[in-house]
Design a protein around this ligand. Structure first.
Ligand SMILES: [Fe+2]
Length: 389
């Protein structure tokens, strides 16, 4: 994905008359992502999506980003944070960010009674725990634990949890895409890719909601925000087709690439975006050289900040982390296995860890919430203690 998809009823040609059973015209919408270029869809609404009853301010809180100085590695225990609000948007709390991507956590404990639309770039939601549905104008996308949900810029959606949902959110200012090196010249996933088109799940279009009323849509575009009250329900779509729509990918479907010796993070790439590269570490066999060292070597990335989010399992190379921890290994700051981790890993055949990572190629700033849940001693965690561990 994205590959061409058609759902529901569409006319046999684009931009022609397409009539409802009552004789009126369906309202065609071009859902584009980059002017009239790049990927897009055509949607057919029962009534125009433009009927706006009112526009009101949406006062969004400032998250107080500060520079990571003195430059050092950080450990954020996000599970300890008390997130504001009870839905997926009001609780969304940024921890780290730069001009390309913001990394946030959110709790969806109740359904949203409004819709949300971010026109500043794609959003990538990772479901740590929970289940439910996101309702969009493309249909309903059911989600479950360990799903990545890719929501294209401009999608109108709301999160409807059926079980309390903890998620990690990446807000990109560009398009989040499948890495180019996984695709052939026609865009199809190649044989060496760790996933295949059928591993991705598209929304299922439901019958259009034809009722009229007052529907709230909270809209973001970069730093600009507004609350729209619209007359027609956003999910009044009878059909759509094209190349741009939300989709889901579950980490259970990821087929990790393993080797005779340690594979670096790019071997585990999932997505990429301007200024950001995403990876996933999933249960897998370790390296099969008889003298292999399963845990990573020491290194300092000098061109990127690395942010690992720990989902579940035994994080062998990293002492002190817990589920929901994020480690920020900042550009230029050395990191690697903590004392004793190399020796403990020798002879291990497999790992059950699940973690997701993003590398950013501009420095990440720290939001106020990051400072509130930081383990301030983390940067000392590579120091050998007298106990020799
Ligand atoms: Fe690293």
């Amino acid at each position: 994905m994205p590959s061409y998809l058609r759902e529901g009823s569409v006319p046999h040609k684009r931009h022609i008359q397409f009539r409802r059973p009552d004789g009126g015209l369906y309202a065609e919408e071009l859902f584009s992502t980059k002017g009239f270029e790049s990927v897009y869809c055509l949607l057919y609404h029962v009534r125009p999506p433009t009927a706006t009853l009112d526009v009101r301010p949406w006062e969004r809180v400032s998250f107080g980003f500060t520079i990571n100085e003195p430059l050092r590695n950080r450990h954020l225990k996000s599970a300890a944070l008390q997130l504001p609000g009870a839905d997926a948007i009001e609780s969304r709390t940024p921890l780290l960010g730069n001009d390309d991507v913001v990394i946030a956590v959110a709790d969806a404990r109740r359904p949203m009674d409004y819709f949300y639309r971010n026109t500043g770039g794609d959003e990538l939601l990772f479901i740590h725990r929970g289940s439910g549905v996101i309702e969009t104008q493309f249909g309903e996308l059911a989600y479950r634990e360990h799903d990545y949900l890719l929501v294209p810029t401009g999608t109108t959606y709301r999160v409807m949890p059926s079980a309390p949902t903890r998620m990690l959110v990446y807000e990109s200012t560009g398009a989040v895409t499948i890495p180019r090196r996984y695709r052939n010249e026609f865009g199809q996933l190649e044989e060496h890719a760790p996933y295949y088109e059928r591993d991705f799940r598209a929304p299922i279009l439901k019958p259009p909601v034809e009722a009229q009323g007052e529907y709230e849509v909270r809209v973001r575009s970069g730093a600009r925000n507004a609350i729209y009250l619209v007359q027609n329900h956003p999910c009044d779509v009878i059909g759509w087709d094209g190349y741009c729509y939300p989709y889901a990918f579950n980490l259970d479907e990821f087929s990790p690439i393993t080797g005779k010796l340690h594979q670096p993070p790019p071997a585990h790439s999932t997505f990429e975006a301007p200024g950001a590269a995403f990876c996933a570490f999933v249960p897998r066999l370790f390296d099969y050289h008889p003298l292999a060292i399963p845990v990573p070597y020491n290194h300092s990335s000098v061109d990127c900040d690395e942010v690992l989010y720990y989902v579940s399992g035994n994080f062998m190379s990293r002492r002190g982390v817990e589920e929901g921890s994020l480690t920020l290994h900042a550009a230029g700051a050395p990191h690697g296995p903590q004392p004793g981790a190399v020796e403990q890993s020798l002879g291990k055949k497999s790992t059950d860890e699940i973690a997701v990572m993003v590398d950013t190629f501009k420095p990440l700033m720290l939001a106020q919430a990051a400072l509130e849940c930081e383990d301030p001693e983390y940067f000392r965690s590579w120091v050998q203690t007298t106990a020799g561990v």
